[in-house]
Structure formats: structure tokens, C-alpha cells
Design a protein around this ligand. Structure first.
Ligand SMILES: Nc1ncnc2c1ncn2[C@@H]1O[C@H](COP(=O)(O)OP(=O)(O)OP(=O)(O)O)[C@@H](O)[C@H]1O
Length: 595
């Protein structure tokens, strides 16, 4: 049996055993333990969507449990129905409240976001405590007792939470396999790069926050009815928030089953501490235990205890796949997997006027103006520090210009956010390659989606996959499609990043030092690729220090010095321009400084 089949069989057996358990045993202790484990597993699995996939670690996710519980209880009382029926409303309210957290996630990340998320939990507790007319405040809110036969007391809760757990895991699986999921992991790996390849990060994160809060809110509705009494201190407890994070870290952050497995491992400890710790200091002791455990795990098993142990056993058994070897390069296919559409308007494709960006006293780009003709390969050269990369960062929106305009195919793009510039037809590669190491090579290409230029980034995943494979074949990386991108060599990563940019089917391709740090055979291949793309109708702007390469490849060259274009013209003329030689030899700079 293959490992995948073995895992599927184990999951099916565990699901069947859990489904049959309450029918075979009426032991209330074990049923309660299972119910609480389901609850924790739902929360950890849902937390994983925003914190595991997208990397926004939330210490406030348990707020949605309280929000769901209060909403379902209040709605059930108002409508005079069972709280089990109003539990989905708890999910809807939680997803709505998550938009607040998503707003914070637009402005903060890393440790700042962790603190904001914790503040969100505290805020929810304060609202519940003080809004006594609705929530009962610190006196609490009592729910009616279940109406069904006491013989079946736990069963409806048990099966409701088990079904919700199955749905949460299925939802998490579907999200991870979708373009949204690839986009979230890309955001975790490198958010600004993700935006640069057309990922609408703010929208994706908002969707992930809502998807993460919804199941927790529904579970809160069921849980509130199960405990039948709601009070702010218990419903918005930081210890629950810690347990969620701990469960995910125990099993494996960012994996599908890790948070679930972690929850089942952790829940017995949670029950033990609940029962054995009592008195006024019990809360503090629980905080110390869970906080301490979390610190140890994050320090020594950052990817999760189970995930790290499995990886270590694999390494020990020598089962880790070997480093990816370079293969003989296949010839570049002559035909492009793409038919370019003519760009609208007439005149140059790119018009840059008066572009300016200073960093304190450093005038990195200082009133820079130039054009790129349609269908050309244009070079942007200049000595180190002359501002070439900063110009690229201003063109793709990674940096905001302090002055100046940029028009692409007649359309002003200087005020657009990076993902909309990518969708407008601008794609780039980086001087130091920036692919998404946690994704496979194929997934790296699926992040931008297909045909983004035409605004059809919502095209089917199947269609995008076909196109992604075609572009990978085109750059010669087809056989690496399923490999983790982080394990490729530097040169291979450069080719993958190029294919990723090509997935945007750009009007203008910006290449930042494509030949830097790669072997001569690969440089040759890269030139061949660039020429083939250009023959197929793609316009290319290239920053490169390898002058012979630029002179042989480009139709026109702009030379930058001190943040502005000093000279422009065909390569033959530029090569012998005294002002250019002056700038490269440093005399221009020296003279400028002496003035
Ligand atoms: N984020 C930043 N903060 C401060 N200074 C910066 C920043 N980015 C660039 N600079 C400065 O702006 C100037 C231009 O840098 P830039 O990287 O654009 O030059 P470049 O022509 O691409 O150089 P190279 O060919 O070495 O890559 C340099 O003096 C650099 O130190």
C-alpha cells in the first residue's frame, strides 16, 4: 500500500470509529472528552487557514467562539428555537467580526499583528461584559436545557461538532487546493512579491479571515448550548486562544491534518489541567503551562512537533529526496504558448516622466524620464547605485514615487497598487530571485493565474494548470513541475521566476539582472528565451551589468547615472558615447561632486 493510501485508510478508519463510538459506549466522560477535542480541532483547523496558510498568526481567534455562542443564544431566545438551529448565524456574525481583524491585517503583520489580534480578543470580552442589556454582562446568560431525552444528552452535540469538523477540514482542503490557497501561501512567503504577480492580497486575506472565523462561530453556537451558560471570562478566554495555537503547532502549522491531530493530543491535557487545577490561581497556572509549552514548541519544533518528527525520521532513514540535479537543457521551443494581443493606443508602450524617489538625502531616482517602444528589447544600464532597481520598484508599484508619471499602453498606472499594475500587463523578475519556496514549481505559476492581462485572472484552475505546464516547458523546467520550489538551484529558480512572470502574459516584461549569478550555458538559454519572446511580440525592458549581453540583445539602450537617464540610443552609438564612458568610469560623478 502506498503511503497516501495508507493515510487515507487510517483517516477513514478513525472517522468511522469516531462516528460509531457514542453508539457503542454511553460513557459520559469519554463523550465529553471527544466533544471538546472536536471543538478544539475545529478551531485549530480554522485558525490554520489564516495563520498557517497566510502566515497571520492570530492570538484572538477564540473571540469568534464567544461571538458565535452569544449570537446563537440571543437569536435562539428571540426566535424561540433551538440554539442548534441558530448556530450558523453565530458563524455569520463571527465572519462579519473577522472583517475588523482583516482591516488590522492590512496594516500590520508579524508580531504587531499578534498583538492586535490579542487586543481584539480583549475588546470582544469587554464588549460582552459591558453590553449587559443583550449579553447579561458579567452575570452571564443562561440557555434553556436541551429538550431531547436525557439518554441521548450528548449525542446531538457530538454529531453536530463531528460533522462541523469534517466540513471544516474539507473546506480547508478545498481552499488550499484553490488559487486562493496558493495565493495565501504566497502571501506568507513574500507578500509584496505576491502582489507583484497580481495577487490581490487584501481581498485574499479578508476572504481567509472570514473563512477562518465562520466555522469557529458555528462551533461557538453549538458549544454555548452544550455548556448552557455563557459568561465573558469563559467565552473569551486567552487560554483557549493559546490552546488553538498550541494544537496547530503540535501537529503542524500549515498542514491539513496537523492541527486536528494536535487538538486530539492536547485535549486530554486540557481536561487534566481543568480538573486538577482549582482555586484562585488556576487560571494563572493554566496560562503558565500552555504559554510555556507553546514557547518550547515554537523554539524547538517551529514547523510542528509531529511534522518535525516525521521529517527527522525520514532524514534518519535516508528517505529525504536528494537535492535536485541540473539536467541537460532542452532547446527553447520556437512557438510561444500564447498569442499576444496588440496593446491599445499608439506611440511608445511605456512612457516614464519625471519619476522621483529619494531616501532621506539619497536621490535614488531623481526626475527620471524615458520611453520603451512597442515590440522592442530595451536596455537600462548604469553604474552601481545609479537607480535602475529603484526605477523597476517604482514601475511595478513595490515603491511609491514621490513625483512623476508612468503610462503603459497609454494608460496611467502610477497610482495603481502593485497587483493591478500586474493585471494591467506589467510583469517582472528580480535581481535576487524571489519565488515562493513553500510552493511547488507548478503552484508558483498558478499564483498569478492565467491571462491576467485580459482581466481573466479568475479563469479555471484546470486551464491555468495547462498554461503553467506550457510555460514551464517553454523555459525548460517542465519536469520539475511537482518539486518544491525552495529546493531548486539558483539558476533553476531564475527560470521558474521567469515562467511565473510569463503566466501574466504581460505587455511589458521587466528583467532585473537576469544573467547575474548563473552559468554561461544558462545565460545563453536566457538570451534565446528573451529573443523568442520578443519575436512572438513581447516587449522587454532589461537591467543588466553584462554589457556585451545588453549590446547584443537590445534595440535601444538608456544609460542611467545619479537617478536619471543620461543618454539614450541604439547600442552601437551608446557604446562609444563619451558621457556614458565618463559615467561608468566615475569621472562624471566626481566632477558633479566637485561642483
Ligand atoms: N530602500 C532604500 N533605502 C535607502 N536607500 C536606498 C533604498 N533602495 C535603494 N537605495 C539607494 O538608492 C541608490 C540606488 O539604488 P539602486 O539599487 O536602485 O541602484 P542600482 O542602479 O540598481 O544599483 P545596482 O546596479 O548595484 O543594483 C543607492 O544609493 C541605494 O543605496
Amino acid at each position: 500500500m502506498t503511503p497516501t493510501r495508507l493515510r487515507r485508510a487510517a483517516i477513514a478508519a478513525a472517522a468511522a470509529a469516531l462516528a460509531a463510538f457514542p453508539l457503542l459506549s454511553d460513557n459520559a466522560y469519554w463523550q465529553n472528552l471527544a466533544i471538546m477535542a472536536f471543538l478544539l480541532a475545529i478551531m485549530a483547523s480554522a485558525w490554520n487557514i489564516i495563520s498557517g496558510y497566510a502566515g497571520y498568526v492570530s492570538l484572538g481567534q477564540s473571540a469568534f467562539l464567544g461571538i458565535g455562542a452569544y449570537t446563537a443564544a440571543i437569536a435562539a431566545t428571540a426566535l424561540d428555537v433551538s440554539p442548534l438551529l441558530t448556530a450558523p448565524l453565530g458563524g455569520v456574525t463571527a465572519a462579519g467580526a473577522a472583517l475588523l481583524l482583516a482591516l488590522a491585517g492590512r496594516r500590520t503583520r508579524g508580531i504587531a499583528f499578534v498583538i492586535v489580534s490579542f487586543a481584539f480578543l480583549e475588546l470582544a470580552a469587554i464588549v460582552a461584559s459591558n453590553w449587559s442589556s443583550v449579553t447579561g454582562g458579567n452575570h452571564g446568560l443562561a440557555l434553556p436545557l436541551p429538550t431531547w431525552d436525557s439518554d441521548y444528552l450528548n449525542l446531538p452535540f457530538y454529531y453536530a461538532l463531528l460533522a462541523l469538523l469534517a466540513l471544516t477540514v474539507a473546506g480547508s482542503w478545498a481552499i488550499r487546493r484553490s488559487r486562493l490557497g496558493a495565493g495565501l501561501v504566497a502571501i506568507r512567503d513574500d507578500e509584496s512579491k505576491a502582489e507583484g504577480v497580481g495577487v490581490p492580497a487584501a481581498r485574499y486575506k479578508t476572504a481567509a479571515f472570514a473563512a477562518s472565523a465562520f466555522p469557529i462561530g458555528v462551533a461557538g453556537g453549538v458549544y454555548g448550548y452544550y455548556v448552557s451558560f455563557l459568561e465573558p471570562a469563559a467565552m473569551f478566554d486567552i487560554v483557549i486562544a493559546l490552546q488553538i495555537v498550541l494544537a496547530a503547532h503540535l501537529g503542524g502549522v500549515g498542514t491539513l491534518w496537523g492541527p486536528v491531530a494536535g487538538a486530539f493530543l492536547l485535549e486530554p491535557l486540557a481536561q487534566f489541567t481543568n480538573q486538577s487545577l482549582s482555586g484562585p490561581d488556576a487560571g494563572s497556572w493554566r496560562l503558565i503551562i500552555y504559554g510555556g509549552l507553546l514557547s518550547v514548541i515554537v523554539l524547538f519544533f517551529p514547523k510542528g512537533v509531529i511534522a518535525e518528527l516525521v521529517a527527522r525520521v525520514r532524514r534518519w532513514r535516508g528517505a529525504e529526496p536528494p537535492a535536485l540535479p541540473g539536467r541537460r537543457l532542452t532547446p527553447v521551443p520556437r512557438a510561444l504558448p500564447w498569442t499576444p494581443q496588440p496593446s491599445p493606443g499608439t506611440g511608445p508602450l511605456l512612457v516614464v516622466e519625471g519619476l522621483t524617489r529619494h531616501f532621506g538625502g539619497v536621490r535614488a531616482v531623481d526626475g527620471c524620464s524615458f520611453t520603451v517602444e512597442r515590440g522592442s528589447i530595451t536596455g537600462l544600464i548604469g553604474p552601481n547605485g545609479s537607480g535602475k532597481t529603484t526605477v523597476f520598484n517604482l514601475l511595478d508599484g513595490g515603491l511609491r514615487a514621490q513625483a512623476g508619471t508612468v503610462h503603459l499602453a497609454g494608460r496611467p498606472i502610477h497610482a495603481l497598487p502593485p497587483h493591478r499594475r500586474a493585471r494591467a500587463g506589467l510583469a517582472r523578475t528580480y535581481q535576487a530571485t524571489r519565488i515562493f519556496p513553500s510552493l511547488t514549481v507548478l503552484e508558483n505559476l498558478l499564483v498569478p493565474g492565467r491571462g491576467s492581462r485580459a482581466g481573466s485572472g479568475t479563469g479555471s484552475v484546470a486551464g491555468s494548470t495547462t498554461r503553467a505546464r506550457e510555460w514551464l516547458e517553454f523555459v525548460g523546467m517542465g519536469e520539475y513541475a511537482g518539486h518544491p520550489a525552495g529546493r531548486l538551484s539558483y539558476g533553476q529558480q531564475k527560470l521558474v521566476e521567469l515562467a511565473q512572470a510569463l503566466m501574466l502574459e504581460p505587455r511589458l516584461l521587466l528583467l532585473d539582472e537576469p544573467a547575474a549569478g548563473i552559468n554561461p550555458a544558462l545565460v545563453e538559454r536566457l538570451c534565446e528565451i528573451i529573443r523568442t519572446l520578443n519575436r512572438g511580440g513581447m516587449t522587454v525592458l532589461i537591467v543588466e551589468h553584462d554589457l556585451p549581453l545588453v549590446l547584443s540583445l537590445c534595440d535601444r539602450v538608456h544609460v542611467m547615472a545619479e537617478g536619471r537617464v543620461l543618454a539614450s540610443g541604439p547600442p552601437g552609438r551608446i557604446e562609444h558615447d563619451p558621457a556614458v564612458q565618463d559615467a561608468y568610469l566615475g569621472e562624471h560623478t566626481t566632477a558633479g561632486a566637485a561642483k
